[in-house]
Ligand binder design. Structure first.
Ligand code: PLP
Length: 436
């Protein structure tokens, strides 16, 4: 397809609609590590779609599970009714996270999972007699989806600017620092003290006003920012000391991305609530979840009077197709040992990523598990242009990378082979040589 009508009805999300429609790049099918364009060109998926197709594309077990479920039970409500798969899937999801974190509230996306988690935090504080705690703390450069809750605690100016935000929100500083941490492999040594900003926020507003802190354990969408050593531990210590709940937004990091079932497990720091989505169903059927600790769940459920304990839910919470897709996805992860595979591959991935040091325009490289970011020096007066050109050039030459501002972010399916890792980084190195 050469050109789409600018008036075409599809109003594309997070897209420069006019430029895209003037020069569309379409994907028509996918299998394992590759997308295929309508004219049959293979494109190596260096980003798992949008950080979500962790087991690779078109996996037969997942496809068959969805097909079978659609024929058996296409839809069933979960308000005052239910179907068995939702219970089975919740139990299996809960079992993947560290002990005590296993009460699963289903949503349909990461954004909804985040909204659900924020509401759970508020409901918890009210249930334990701390109803004055309504303030929510996010972090600069955090991305928590696009609900009003998510953009309010999120720290991306463009996502917030045009909208009315939740009141009573504050932000921690982000942890990105080129001077101190450029080209760090894994977790930076510098920056644990940035968590202490929470103490200042507590002093400023009073602990009795703060319900929860939400952070991505590894910030994904704004460019793979790995937490400094000791940072998450310190956040946990401060939140616990002040009766503040800690929410880890694991929409990107759960399901193998960091080389473990979750970043919670990888870092060994226990939050009170986890949000996830994306890899939960290998992105085949939309689904998200907020996973609460038993402490949080039991306080809300046991503390309520007769009747509905938590006034929140979605028509499609625990949707049968999503539950079936999710169960099959977890089986694929387990049968193929994909989380361990990601961990085993990560030193090779790190080596290949950091070999780009010295390539034209590269000012930083960051990595953890099977995630990496290559930070380019912005073109004078045209931020983002250099990365956008790199993205287009890579795509046209058969490689899908993701960009955010001037960062190239990579997060391939966990089934990637070493030879494909080589091809991906070789291609980026070649393309960077041709970019002004
Ligand atoms: N939270 C995080 C950490 C994310 O990375 C994302 C999406 O990338 C979201 C929430 C929002 O997820 P969704 O786009 O499914 O609403």
């Amino acid at each position: 397809m050469n050109r789409l009508d600018n008036e075409s009805s599809f109003w594309m999300p997070f897209t420069d609609n006019r430029s895209f429609k003037a020069n569309p790049r379409l994907l028509a099918s996918a299998k394992d590590m590759h997308y295929f364009t309508p004219d049959g060109r293979a494109v190596l998926d260096g980003t798992s779609g949008l950080w979500c197709v962790n087991a690779g594309h078109g996996r037969p077990k997942i496809v068959e599970a969805i097909q079978k479920q659609a024929a058996l039970l296409d839809y069933a409500p979960t308000f005052q009714l239910a179907h068995p798969l939702a219970f089975e899937f919740a139990q299996k999801v809960g079992a993947l996270f560290p002990a005590g974190l296993d009460r699963v509230f289903f949503a349909n996306s990461g954004s909804e999972a985040v909204d659900s988690a924020l509401k759970i935090a508020l409901a918890y504080q009210r249930a334990v007699g701390q109803g004055t705690r309504t303030r929510l703390i996010g972090r600069e450069r955090g991305y928590h989806g696009v609900g009003f809750g998510g953009i309010s605690v999120g720290g991306i100016p463009n996502n917030r600017r045009s909208f009315t935000l939740l009141p009573g929100v504050d932000h921690l500083p982000h942890t990105f620092n080129l001077e101190k941490s450029a080209f760090t492999r894994g977790q930076p040594e510098w920056g644990a003290h940035l968590a202490d900003a929470l103490e200042s926020i507590v002093t400023l507003h009073g602990a009795e006003t703060i319900a929860a802190v939400i952070v991505e354990p590894v910030a994904g969408s704004t460019g793979v920012m790995v937490p400094p050593k000791g940072y998450l531990e310190r956040l946990r210590e401060i939140t616990t000391r002040h009766g503040i709940l800690l929410i880890f937004d694991e929409v990107i990091t759960a399901f193998g991305r960091v080389g473990a079932a979750s970043a919670t497990e990888y870092f060994g720091v226990m939050p009170d609530i986890i949000t996830c989505a994306k890899g939960l169903t290998n992105a085949t059927v939309p689904m998200g979840a907020a996973i609460a600790s038993r402490k949080v769940h039991d306080a809300i459920i046991d503390g309520a009077g007769p009747g509905i304990e938590f006034f929140h839910g979605y028509t499609y919470s625990g949707h049968p197709l999503a539950a079936a897709a999710g169960l099959a996805t977890l089986e694929v992860y387990r049968e193929e040992g994909l989380f361990d595979r990601a961990r085993a591959l990560s030193p090779y991935w790190e080596e290949r990523a950091h070999a780009l040091r010295g390539a034209p325009h590269v000012i930083d490289i960051r990595n953890l598990g099977l995630m990496a970011a290559i930070e380019l020096r912005p073109r004078e007066g045209k931020p983002g242009a250099r990365a956008m050109e790199t993205f287009h050039r890579c795509f046209d030459e058969g490689f899908l990378v993701r960009i955010t501002a001037d960062t190239i972010a990579l997060s391939p399916p966990l089934i990637i082979e070493k030879a494909q890792i080589d091809q991906l980084f070789d291609k980026i190195a070649d393309v960077l040589k041709t970019i002004a």
